[in-house]
Design a protein around this ligand. Structure first.
Ligand code: G6P
Length: 613
């Protein structure tokens, strides 16, 4: 949460910083601010979106080849101009932007107030900048040393950038627990700093992902990275595998729609080159290198948050069916605060699009401390979760920018299906032929999703009909129970309609009381072992005059007379049906949200990367 971006070099900083902030806006959009440095420091900050900041700065002096910017998701202090970053030291020399939470800010603030510092915001961040100035003045330290000394007093998570009016050639950045990437510019002395690589990609493809406890000091056109204990680190320079097209809307009105339509390609990318369906062979490094360890595993614990947790729920069925392993699926935020019983032959699989979700990271940390092995399934290359994992697999969905996750979910399910098949092979719970058959079916999924996307016009009509309702119910069984949860989550996230997902059979233990002629019920009724049971559940809804939208397998005409609307999706095996069945539900929530005038890509109160607990 919160996005930070900074530039030091010879170019004008403002356009680079503002463009970067727009790319990072998915991380929060409560307020935005910039600081620009040349022979003086100018600051503009504003409640609202980056566009509001641009209006604020319009016509004012935005010159300077050093600058930094922040887009905020409020934690401490309401979203207003005053609480917007950057924040300043008393002398006005130092400015700071921060992503994370300073947990001991109240204690530190008390000390600073006693020492005469005057606070101008309600944020936890502001204490840091006072502390650094205090240390710099009283211990007579250089700026970089004062930052290091101050950070030693901090409990919590941070990615920070600091500029100093009195040190106009300097830029200091540090990270612990919140992401920070450094782009190494093409010209000498040019560096970019950002919460992820998206603001950097059009200027350079050489990046360094900073590690926890590191501080980057740019001075006299050179950057050195040190540990917080002042030991010089050798940065690991990586090549970015990202291109600009992935970060643009490409003619679509919203990133979410673009990402929904990208799924045939993103699913293909998530399995491409990873297996050979004719031989049943896998080419996944993590499966090969980690094979012995995986063979010993007695239990899987899948952890994640939000949509990633839903992918974990689908994977529970996959691992049980294919690999015959006991599986538990846990919200990372709950798992981390329990006292879970873990063994060294447990494998904890952390699922995350961003790779930065604070609760998932903390749950992984707990699992490691309790001697379990940790495997990461993650989309963002170089993010914290893969770096903390013992082994893992990237989902390769490409950057996902819409806050409501779509293509990342189907890519996660795809990779988890492959892992379940891989485990089946290692544990010999499926024949090679059976594994090959599932692989062949997986190869056909991208074209089936193309077909499912052709439902768009039908779904627009449905959205028109139901856009004004106040509640929605989603029902599914087995593999499609998590799909019902995900369908409901998508709708509430972006359209603000209350929606619940339920296992179809559980409906009679509660939600059935809500059903009347006003209540639309989306039922996933594609071919499956439980199809007849699902039809009985539909009967129960219809008996109470609920309006049923049934997602059925192409060619199934049996429900035409029973339900109000039928959505036909291409046939696949039940284990892979979540990949196809999710598509019409994503489209339905998208169109309803658009028709209700909601900001689809940036729904209120949400952020894409939740780096606070
Ligand atoms: C936020 C996002 C969701 C996402 C969840 C977990 O709530 O808005 O779309 O599913 O975080 O994020 P992760 O990056 O760990 O998958």
């Amino acid at each position: 949460m919160c996005g930070i971006v900074a530039y030091i070099g010879k170019k004008e900083a403002y356009p680079i910083v503002v463009k970067g902030l727009k790319r990072l806006e998915y991380r929060g959009y409560d307020s935005a601010g910039v600081a620009l440095l040349s022979d003086n420091m100018r600051v503009y900050k504003k409640k609202g979106k980056v566009a509001d900041l641009e209006n604020e700065a319009n016509g004012k002096d935005v010159s300077g080849s050093i600058g930094m910017g922040h887009t905020r998701w409020a934690t401490h202090g309401e979203p207003n101009d005053r609480n917007s970053h950057p924040h300043f030291s008393d002398s006005g020399d130092l400015a700071i932007i921060h992503n994370g939470i300073i947990e001991n800010y109240a204690t530190l603030k008390e000390g600073m107030v006693q020492r005469g510092h005057v606070f101008h915001s309600d944020t936890d961040t502001e204490v840091l900048v006072h502390l650094i100035e205090d240390v710099m003045q009283n211990a007579n330290l250089s700026l970089a040393d004062a930052v290091r000394a101050s950070l030693k007093q901090v409990v919590g998570a941070y990615a920070i950038v600091i500029l100093s009016k009195n040190h106009p050639e300097h830029l200091i950045a540090a990270r612990k627990g919140s992401p920070l990437v450094v782009g190494i510019g093409k010209e000498r002395g040019e560096y970019f700093f950002a919460s992820d690589a998206t603001p950097i990609v059009e200027y350079t493809n050489k990046v360094v992902y900073m590690n926890d406890g590191e501080i980057a000091i740019v001075e006299n056109q050179e950057m050195i990275i040190k540990s917080i204990d002042n030991v010089v680190q050798v940065p690991y320079v990586q090549e970015l595998e990202m291109n600009l097209d992935q970060l643009e809307k490409g003619g679509y009105p919203h990133f979410m729609l673009k990402e929904i339509y990208e799924q045939p390609r993103s699913i293909f990318d998530s399995f491409r080159g990873r297996f050979d369906a004719t031989t049943g062979e896998f080419h996944m490094r993590s499966l090969e290198e980690y094979q012995d360890k995986l063979a010993e595993m007695k239990r899987l614990i899948l952890i994640g948050c939000g949509t990633s947790w839903h992918a974990g729920l689908v994977a529970e069925y996959l691992f049980e069916d294919f690999a015959r392993l006991p599986v538990e699926v846990e919200y990372a935020s709950e798992f981390r605060y329990r006292n879970p019983v873990l063994f060294s032959d447990d494998l904890v699989v952390a699922i995350s699009q961003s790779g930065e979700t604070a609760d998932t990271l903390a749950a992984m940390d707990l699992a490691k401390r309790k001697s379990a092995s940790v495997f990461g399934v993650c989309n963002v290359v170089g993010s914290s979760i893969p770096r903390m994992s013992d082994a893992g697999a990237y989902t390769h969905a490409g950057p996902e920018i819409g806050v409501a996750s779509t293509k990342a979910f189907t890519a996660q399910v795809t990779v988890l299906a492959l892992l379940a098949l891989g485990m089946a092979k290692i544990r010999k719970t499926m024949s090679v032929k059976a594994i090959s058959d599932v692989m062949s079916e997986l190869e056909s999924i991208p074209s089936k999703i193309e077909k499912a996307l052709e439902l768009n016009d039908q779904i627009i009509k449905l959205a028109e009909k139901y856009k004004d309702v106040r509640n929605f119910l989603y029902l599914g069984r087995g593999y499609n129970f998590p799909v019902a949860l995900e369908g409901a989550l998508k709708l509430k996230e972006i359209s603000y309609i209350h929606a619940e997902g339920y296992p179809a059979a559980e409906m009679k233990h509660g939600p059935i009381a809500l059903i009347d002629e006003e209540m639309p019920v989306v039922v996933i009724a594609t071919n499956s072992e439980h199809y007849e049971k699902v039809v009985s559940n539909i009967q129960e809804v219809k008996a109470r005059k609920g309006r049923v939208i049934a997602v059925v397998t192409e060619g199934n005409r049996d429900l035409d007379k029973l339900v109000d609307h039928v959505i036909e999706v291409p046939e696949t095996i039940e284990a892979l049906s979540p990949l196809v069945n999710t598509i019409p539900l994503q489209l339905l929530s998208y169109h309803i949200a658009v028709m209700r005038g909601c900001n689809v890509d940036q729904p209120r109160n949400l952020a894409k990367s939740v780096t606070v607990e």
